[in-house]
Ligand binder design. Structure first.
Ligand code: PEP
Ligand code: MG
Length: 571
């Protein structure tokens, strides 16, 4: 047996035989006679048309089998196939270098992919995989091939491209391993949505895997065990059964009220990125939405979504659960989520630069359009508006002034809107946590974003694996800041929620309840597990534990204590 280490992209265990995704074989002539250029251009244009139709069909099929949002990637691919810069690059290669249509596609795609791969922004870097996928599709069409493979078992590929994923029957595949990719690549997102276990970014070691090899994919820890011995197989099969049984038994708990044994209500909510995610939110029994990351409506778009487009998206979310609390965060672009239409000079430290509320206050028109759409949609449900990355009182007051301005404009235009939407902020910058008492007077609620609060408190890039031990929400300073926020909010009678990753970690639940949080928002999958824990706690006991934990000096001590506490519960 041997092991492969990678990135844990989608939790869960999968056991099965390896099957490699078939790569395109390029045995075509790369050059043609100069007079053939018009014919090669024609061939390219017809391939482009076929790709267009294929992508339409794929989008439709994926929307039904996986989900509308996951299918959107094919809409984005359509835009890329039609992109004039791709067409120009292909034509140039045909004309200048007597390339065949195939050769020109290869060269053009490689150049565009290299350009994407060199960008600082992780999201844009991952678009390199998309353009390569488009290249692969065009080459297959040019060579007259059709997709016929029936994949099953554990899929292995250098990168699992969206077109590959669409061809997969999810009942026959249980996991995948890729050489490339990160947690935010499309394949990882699809894996999580489809409930597959996945380990990505393992490197060229995948070349040592052969079709038919037996593997265990442990998506919890990012490990692959190749040709394990019988004892290990038995152990993992047992764990797999336990996981399935646990998921099935907890499914019911998700729909019960999140009430502690001593009668306190803790809302267990879900985070979403698109309106389509509401299906999962309702299926797991979440008490509402604690964070709608609206920037996902802006990604993959060539221009800012219109007020009407945004209004429809917010309305859909609110109407899906009209009686549940829906916290919609205003645009958090910049930083690691650069949007092409904001232009501007590249920043040396984007995470510390023009991001979130800072960017919105520069591009006020974009911000006001979003606020208009939100206030209008507010009539359809239980909307809460939340501003991201507030660092000072002035920023908060300026954002509130703008919101009031938008409301007045709507009133003047006689456009119906909701005038009493509660307004809160994310606490994700240490400065905000420190002056939480001042900010609390100006808001209806706080939601703690631990992903950024940890990054900015510990001065550790949240995407840099080399500082992973610092990027830990169990660091004592982070816990002290959380305590400071809840204390300040309680004094002002405001509620505090949490929507960073920490909220979905069952190990943290007793601590967070003890610190005074009354809303925990997480990925839909974690809702039943956390709700199950909440229902076994008493706030009184949790408070005592939180006090003890606040006196501990190291992350290791804190985790040890929490693990001891966890033993008292059925998780
Ligand atoms: C956070 O920072 O914890 C958060 C929830 O926001 P995001 O992960 O979108 O930055
Ligand atoms: Mg954040």
């Amino acid at each position: 047996m041997w092991e492969i280490e990678g990135i844990a992209a989608s939790a869960g265990i999968a056991i099965g035989q390896v099957m490699h995704i078939q790569e395109c074989v390029h045995d075509f002539s790369r050059t043609v006679a100069p007079g053939e250029a018009p014919r090669e251009k024609e061939r390219f244009l017809s391939a482009q048309q076929v790709a267009d139709t294929e992508l339409d069909e794929l989008q439709e099929r994926t929307a039904i089998t996986v989900g509308k949002d996951q299918a959107e990637v094919f809409g984005a691919h359509k835009l890329m196939v039609q992109d004039p810069s791709l067409v120009d690059a292909v034509f140039e290669e045909i004309e200048n270098n007597c390339a065949s249509a195939e050769g020109a596609v290869e060269v053009a795609v490689e150049a565009i992919a290299t350009m994407f791969a060199s960008l600082d922004d992780e999201y844009m870097r991952e678009r390199a995989a998309d353009i390569k996928d488009i290249g692969k599709r065009l080459l297959r069409i040019l060579q007259g091939n059709v997709e016929t493979v029936n994949y099953e078992g554990i899929l292995v590929a250098s990168d699992l491209l969206p077109s590959d994923t669409a061809a997969i029957d999810f009942d026959r595949v249980s996991g995948f391993i890729t050489a490339l990719g990160g947690k935010t690549s499309h394949s990882s997102i699809l894996a999580r949505a489809a409930g597959l276990s996945a380990v990505v970014g393992v490197g060229c070691v995948i070349d040592k895997l052969c079709d038919g090899d037996m593997v265990i994919v442990d998506g919890h820890i990012g490990k692959v065990l190749v040709n394990p011995d019988e004892n290990l197989l038995v152990e993992y099969r047992q764990r797999l059964q336990e996981e399935k049984a646990k998921t099935a038994s907890l499914a019911q708990v998700g729909h019960l009220p999140g009430i502690t044994l001593d009668g306190h209500s803790i809302e267990v909510a879900a985070n979403i990125g698109t309106p389509g995610d509401m299906k999962k939110v309702l299926a797991v029994g979440a008490d509402g939405v604690g964070l709608f990351r609206t920037e996902f409506l802006f990604l993959d778009k060539t221009s800012v979504p219109t007020e009407e487009e945004q209004f429809q998206s917010y309305r859909t979310v609110l109407m899906a659960a009209p009686y549940k609390k829906i916290v919609i965060r205003t645009l958090d672009a910049g930083g690691d989520k650069q949007l092409p239409f904001f232009g501007g000079l590249p920043e040396a430290n984007p995470a510390l630069g023009l991001r979130a509320i800072r960017l919105c206050m520069v591009y006020k028109d974009v911000f006001k359009t979003q606020l208009r759409a939100l206030l209008r949609a507010g009539l359809e449900g239980n909307l809460y508006i939340m501003f991201p990355m507030i660092a000072t009182l002035d920023e908060l007051l300026a954002a509130k002034v703008l919101l009031k301005e938008v409301a007045d404009e709507l009133a003047n235009e006689k456009i119906p809107y909701r005038s009493d939407v509660p307004v809160g902020i994310m606490i994700e910058v240490p400065s905000a946590a420190i002056i939480a008492d001042i900010l609390a007077e100006e808001v209806d609620f706080f939601s703690i974003g631990t992903n950024d609060l940890v990054q900015y408190t510990m001065a550790a890039d949240r995407m840099n694996e080399h500082v992973a031990s610092l990027s830990d929400y169990f660091q004592p300073p982070v816990i002290r800041l959380i305590a400071n926020v809840t204390k300040a909010a309680q004094k002002s009678g405001k509620w505090v929620g949490m929507c960073g990753e920490m909220a979905g970690d069952p190990l943290a639940t007793p601590l967070l309840v003890g610190l005074g949080l009354t809303e925990l928002s997480m990925s839909a999958r974690s809702v039943p597990v956390v709700k199950n824990l909440v229902r076994q706690l008493t706030v009184e006991q949790a408070k005592e534990w939180a006090e003890q934990i606040l006196t501990l000096r190291t992350t290791a001590d804190i985790k040890k204590k929490l693990e001891k506490i966890a033993e008292k519960f059925t998780i």
